[in-house]
Design a protein around this ligand. Sequence first.
Ligand SMILES: [Zn+2]
Length: 295
Amino acid sequence: MEESIEGARLHTAEHMFARALQEQGLNIHVRKADTYREDNIGKAYVREIISFDRIIQAEKAVNQKIGENLAVTEENFENLEDAMKKNPKLRFNEDRLDKEKQVRVVTIGQYDFSACKHRHVKQTSEIMMFAVKRISYLGGETEIEFIAGNDALLFLLQIKNEVLESAMDRHFVPEKLSEYVKNENERMIEMEREEKEILHRLLEGDSNLMVLKGVKISKFYGELNYFIKTHTERFVAITNEQQIIIIKGKDCKIDLLKIGEKLKTLGFSGSINESSINGKVNEKIIEEIDKLWKA
Ligand SMILES: [Zn+2]
């Protein structure tokens, strides 16, 4: 299988990662750890949900062991029993191993002992770098994708540069990305809350055409529909001067089809039906609509 040096790096790192997860003293069972040759991404599955911090702790342990430049050796044993006698900490995949057959034990310093047939590096420093690439929680399991060697270095550089570029564009210190995102999220939530408050104040007033410049009005659909369901005799028209949404309640007398016909003559090409009008507008169309309400 993994014959390339990159494959050997990833595969050896996989041994260390499995050990690091087991060493955390948690009830972690590495169900399967596979290395995909095609895209050089390793995948480990853990039969429980483990936190980001714990995974990163294991990642750190692997990189530490890479830095210690441990020797990777291989030794053949007649059968599994013999192999376990010499290596009590031996890790092996039961359903992949024939107990009667010869077993090759791969030893990484005094850190990991694992039965395996694939190609490995001779010294852990050859791996250069190990990185967790993605973590997914799937039905009570944790799936962890990881990379090593050049792939890990390139991945880290790419992520670093993307963060750096975003930081330059938005004027924040790259090391404080998570703080920035947190503040940004809070700001967005606060803004949306304020916008909805303004919308409600406008709806309660007697203005027929509400102009909310620079606001994405489609996000108010839910609020508008709710309002019109509870104020069946009313209609609402809201625009950001680029798009318009007009909705009327079921007891409202306004004829939207007729209004729609008029707007079409001014170049309006959005959707028109008995209870709503929705589409792109320009200054001229908005002016006309304003006039229609006043008439
Ligand atoms: Zn191996």
